[in-house]
Design a protein around this ligand. Structure first.
Ligand SMILES: Cc1ncc(COP(=O)(O)O)c(C=O)c1O
Length: 394
């Protein structure tokens, strides 16, 4: 046999996908499962956005479009970044439209990373942050972001992790899986650290508009940070548009020049009619109201879980209220089981689908991720079942 790319030996199969497969098999066998494992809004894409896509298709936008992205969408992204984050981007040179946030992250990393460069990634963190670096032959250094420090790294940990080969810091706030985000002062200190050591900051802000406390600060909005920050975002989570696959990278023009080449040579362009719908979604005032209602629903479910946790008073399940995103990272370390063991037992014994915390790194061991991107009834039923199950464990 010819040789294959051995980098993939270093990547584990996604625990989320493995769990989803197991749930599908159980459902096929007739078992009822409350699915609290997904990272996908339970809301429909606003119908007016679908109409905008259809209209664009009917107007003939069914061929290749500009590889940098539709000018209307790039202008809408620049407008959004100024409106929400207070940062000015030139839509002609500093914004690239991508195939969702994951592709923006890929292009960002491809644009700046050389083989064997070290990349600092907090632990826990979404598995793709590390896997992508490995695929590109970079070297991942995990920086502990323990529960005891609000799921952000102690500042010393960044210093300890730094090597002469470190080129990049990856941030994801609000975080998947913890919902945590740090203060502006923390980000300012990190930006000073990055400047001192000539590091890029890749900031994945796909949950940036989903927050329940003071608005999180974009990494690019910190003084002096824009020139070293590669901002990744998409419409997936904030506009319930995961299946549309549309996102963007905002970064210095020199980085975008590389990312554009990487995009041209991999996807050519994002479907033009989807880009028109995305531009409409980002700018239409009525759509902003629809998305505000979605955020309010997540907020209500978050409160529901917090209230239930007080009512049910289970010492074995520690509930840390998330500051943002739509997940609870439940602390079940008291049970002294692995996360995978717990998720398998909870699924088999009480029929609730979850994601093991260890899928996000060593710091996630003993935790389970429960989504609130599900109906109020499912969230309540699922959470009650988890507590009932935990109470029965010795
Ligand atoms: C932290 C994080 N970044 C990026 C993505 C990818 O989102 P998109 O659908 O925009 O590719 C996800 C999806 O779950 C995520 O959790």
């Amino acid at each position: 046999m010819p040789a294959y790319n051995s980098q993939f030996d270093l990547i584990r199969q996604s625990a989320t996908v493995a769990m989803a497969d197991r749930i599908l098999a159980l459902k096929a066998g007739g078992k009822k499962v409350v699915g609290l494992q997904v990272g996908d809004p339970d809301f429909e894409t606003p119908p007016a956005v679908m109409d905008a896509a259809l209209k664009a298709m009917q107007s003939g936008l069914t061929h290749y479009g500009p590889s940098r992205g539709d000018p209307d969408l790039r202008a809408a992204v620049a407008q959004k970044l100024f409106r929400d984050e207070g940062v000015s981007y030139n839509p002609d040179s500093e914004i690239l439209i991508t195939h969702g946030g994951i592709h923006a992250y890929y292009l960002a990393m491809q644009s700046i990373l050389n083989p064997a460069d070290d990349v600092l990634i907090p632990d826990p963190s979404w598995a793709t942050h590390s896997n992508m670096v490995i695929m590109l032959r970079g070297n991942v250094i995990r920086v502990p972001a323990p529960a005891g420090n609000g799921f952000v790294p102690h500042f010393d940990s960044w210093l300890k992790a730094l090597t002469p080969k470190t080129r990049v810091i990856v941030l994801n706030y609000p975080s998947n899986p913890t919902g945590a985000y740090p203060s502006r002062e923390y980000l300012q200190k990190l930006q000073d650290f990055a400047a001192q050591h000539h590091l890029w900051i890749v900031s994945d802000e796909v949950y940036g508009s989903l927050y329940y406390e003071a608005k999180p600060t974009s990494a690019a909005a910190i003084e002096g940070a824009k020139e070293r920050t590669l901002l990744v975002n998409s419409l997936s989570k904030s506009y319930a548009m995961t299946g549309w696959r549309v996102g963007f990278l905002a970064a210095p023009a020199t980085v975008i020049d590389n990312a554009l080449k990487a995009g041209q040579n991999s996807i050519t362009c994002v479907a033009p009619f989807i880009q028109k719908a995305a531009a409409f979604a980002l700018t239409d005032p009525a759509i902003q109201e629809v998305t505000a209602n979605m955020r309010a629903a997540y907020g209500r479910r978050r409160e529901l879980v917090i209230r239930l946790s007080h009512e049910l008073e289970c010492e074995k399940v520690k509930v840390i209220p998330p500051q943002g995103a739509f997940y609870f990272f439940l602390d079940l370390r008291a049970l002294k089981m692995t996360s995978i063991e717990m998720c398998e037992k909870i699924l088999d014994e009480v029929g609730v689908g979850l994601v093991p915390g260890s899928a996000f790194g060593e710091q996630g061991e003993g935790f389970i991720r429960m989504t609130i991107a599900a109906s109020d009834e499912e969230v309540e039923a699922g959470f009650r079942k988890i507590i009932e199950w935990a109470e029965k464990q010795s």
